[in-house]
Design a protein around this ligand. Sequence first.
Ligand SMILES: [Zn+2]
Length: 118
Amino acid sequence: MALYEYRYDTFMKGSKRKIKDEIEKRKLDLDKPHDYIKNAKSQFTDEEINQSVCCPRCYSKKFYHKDEIDQIHTRHYSFEIENTFKTCMICFYSQDKAEYKKEKNNFWSRLKLLIKRP
Ligand SMILES: [Zn+2]
């Protein structure tokens, strides 16, 4: 269901039909994806969720690791950082990546503050 909720629009026509068929076969209610996601959440304790045992968005336990290269450009030089993000196989959400982005933004805003200082 999370797959339908978060990624349905990204699939090609044929795959969309397969997803719909599967949903029909399992007699799931398309109008209530969040009920199913809430149901999936109830299988985990808050602690498990905090420890990233499952995906924080759809509560799936299926993950893969995705390597991504981030290019950082500054006025004088640019460099690349390679990251491996633990990513949800169902909804493609990555907590690792969200945290990396937050950290990166914090880093740059701190740096900007330093530079602006008189
Ligand atoms: Zn997910």
